[in-house]
Ligand binder design. Structure first.
Ligand code: PRX
Length: 611
């Protein structure tokens, strides 16, 4: 590990107090820049104001109705200061968790920065998650404060977010709910609990001194799905995380001070945190923030925004590109995309044909595609091309090589490096400042999930191969999590939700490939005995249960009612067999299968569906 390298990266931030040591502590709990003091909102705002960049546009915000607003760095600074003052007055203190449940509106970003300014910890929850998902997170962090909005807007529909927030916060630790009023639609306000965001900042002061936090004080918690059980609260530090996000962003996208940059990710995901909020703001870039779907009001909306705002860097997901390509090239006609210089991809494997289309049709064969492999836990990009690579150095579908000081290996089941071209488990062998501090309140799960499969290495849960030139290629998850449209969902999480329906004895999720979303899932359901409910009604119930328990993301492509599930003698469901049966491929070795008779039944249920 090159301490000097990381020290140099940390020096690019403004610290109130320098660290005592670059790295300290026992693995896997290594701590970076201990003793150093800083504030995240200072990094994103105050330093630019001091450097005379106050009038520069920080954010262009647009929604699907065509409403737009722009904010200079000074305007963002003013908003964040007022909100920080208001939050502090409400009692938000250093170390408190503040839940942010908001759509892609600028107030979501202001809230993140204001929470950081008072030294508190934000927990952003994706606004399409259900009230149960929100409630679970509130219960896990024991948060006292929630910031939300009256409504969110998606494909022409207003969704009553405040109602969802009320359901979620009922009988929890939440004491105060701050509500951004953005529509004239009615909402109910509880005078004891609710306060309008607009009222909170109205009588605020223009300046709130940033609270100096220690480098390893958490900046945020963000939940992500695991193989089993509930989602895990991934905790990120302030100093190490910001250092790493800043370093990786510059390595991939270069100096963006004079760039218009658009990361299309929602703030509810890690990409939104690291690369729609913190990295571009720390670097004084001008960001585009769009509230809406890529195909609404029509599939040319993204391309028109690129033309209008002269976007130079577009960072998005393969799912969005696949969807836009499918909707037809006519939506690109007469649109000038010549401002684009760099394209980025994240969240899932970018298939070579999509890579090529993105490269030629959107990037005019002149923009490099920066395919970035990373995770919620890693804080920032781990494997991606660096901006100074030549176009000829890129290979369609590979995120190329690890960034500096990131040591990758690909191992077999016994922990030995696999030969070139052979599939294995990707591991990271050293520490880097962006690595999560751990799972909120659950060290045991942290150690078991990432540090127990292989000795002395971080195990992210992905299959990969290295080709003869050293390029890394990803082959999907090696654990039982799904990647649907670039979003991680645990098979266990889905199954746990489904069996909450009293008519269901057991269920199993089987992954299937999906032309647009990359992956999707099919549910196999075994009903309790003596059940004479109509399958169509049950199907609706299951879909509804998943919507309530998890959110709209968790919608099965199909539900099959079967007599029993394929299991090993020890009772483990053989999902691999289900996936093979679905894809009509070879089911492989069935010697460990206990109930072989289930296979014929499952086959016939699937076959009946195709008739
Ligand atoms: O399986 C990998 C896939 O997404 C997982 C991380 O999911 P999440 O924490 O939700 O973060 C998504 C945004 C960083 C990884 O373990 N993944 C992410 N980026 C890529 C990818 N798979 C292939 N290529 C990528 N560029």
């Amino acid at each position: 590990m090159n301490n000097l390298f990381w020290e140099k990266q940390a020096e690019k931030l403004d610290w109130y107090k320098k660290w005592k040591s670059v790295i300290a502590g026992e693995r896997p709990y290594k701590r970076w820049f201990t003793g150093g003091k800083l504030n995240a909102s200072y990094q994103c705002l105050d330093r630019h104001i001091k450097n005379g960049l106050g009038q520069k546009i920080a954010i262009y915000w647009i929604n699907e109705l065509g409403e737009s607003q722009s904010f200079s760095y000074k305007q963002v600074y003013d908003e964040v200061n007022r909100l920080a003052f208001g939050l502090n007055n409400l009692g938000v203190k250093k170390g408190d968790v503040v839940v942010i449940y908001m759509p892609m509106i600028v107030q979501a970003i202001f809230s993140m920065l204001a929470v950081a300014r008072v030294g508190a910890i934000h927990n952003v929850v994706f606004s399409a998650f259900s009230y149960k998902s929100l409630k679970d997170r509130i219960i896990d962090t024991n948060a006292k404060f929630l910031i939300t909005a009256d409504y969110s807007l998606r494909r022409g529909k207003f969704i009553d977010l405040k109602f969802v927030a009320d359901l979620a916060s009922h009988e929890t630790s939440i004491q105060k709910v701050i509500v951004v009023k953005r529509t004239n639609l009615d909402i109910s306000l509880d005078p004891e609990k609710d306060i309008l965001y607009q009222d909170l900042i109205k009588n605020s002061k223009d300046y709130f001194e940033p609270v100096q936090v220690e480098s390893n004080d958490p900046l945020f918690v963000l939940y992500t799905s695991g193989t089993t059980g509930k989602p895990k609260g991934i905790v990120h530090s302030t100093g190490g995380y910001l250092t790493y996000v800043n370093y990786s962003y510059n390595a991939a996208f270069g100096d963006t001070k004079n760039s218009v940059y658009w990361c299309t990710a929602d703030v509810g995901w890690v990409t939104g945190h690291s690369y729609a909020v913190y990295a571009p703001l720390m670097n004084g870039a001008t960001s585009v923030i769009y509230e809406g779907a890529p195909d609404f009001p029509n599939p040319s909306i993204w391309w028109k925004l690129i033309e209008k705002y002269k976007v130079n860097i577009l960072y998005t997901s393969p799912t969005a590109i696949r969807m836009l390509r499918k909707l037809g090239e006519e939506w690109l006609e007469n649109i000038d995309l010549s401002s684009l210089k760099v394209l980025g991809s994240v969240g899932e494997i970018i298939n070579p044909d999509i890579w090529q289309w993105f490269f030629e049709r959107i990037g005019g064969s002149r923009c490099p595609i920066i395919d970035t492999w990373w995770q919620t836990e890693t804080g920032g990009f781990m494997i991606c091309p660096k901006i100074n690579y030549k176009l000829e150095d890129l290979k369609a579908g590979s995120p190329t090589f690890p960034l500096d000081e990131i040591e990758i290996d690909i191992l077999d089941e016994d922990g030995k490096s696999v030969p070139v071209g052979q599939k294995g488990y990707l591991v990271i062998k050293n520490f880097w400042p962006g690595l999560t501090l751990g799972i909120w309140g659950d060290n045991k799960r942290f150690e078991e999930t990432y540090w127990s499969k292989f000795k002395d290495a971080y195990y992210p849960g992905d299959y990969a191969i290295k080709d003869k030139d050293g390029y890394i290629w990803f082959l999907g998850r090696s654990d039982e999590t799904l990647n649907i449209a670039g979003h991680r969902i645990g098979t266990g999480e889905i199954e746990n939700a489904v069996v909450k329906n009293i008519n269901i004895a057991e269920t199993a999720v089987a992954a299937i490939p999906d032309k647009i979303k990359g992956q999707n899932f099919v549910l196999f359901v075994v009903l309790k005995q003596n059940n004479n409910l109509d399958n169509i009604i049950l199907e609706k119930e299951i879909i509804n249960t998943l919507k309530i328990e998890i959110g709209a993301l968790a919608k099965p492509a199909k539900i099959y009612f079967v007599e029993s599930l394929p299991k090993t003698r020890s009772g483990k469901i053989m999902r691999r067999v289900l996936s093979s049966l679905l894809q009509k491929s070879d089911v492989g070795d069935l010697t460990t299968l206990e109930n072989i008779s289930c296979i014929d039944n499952i086959r016939s249920v699937i076959a009946l569906d195709k008739i």
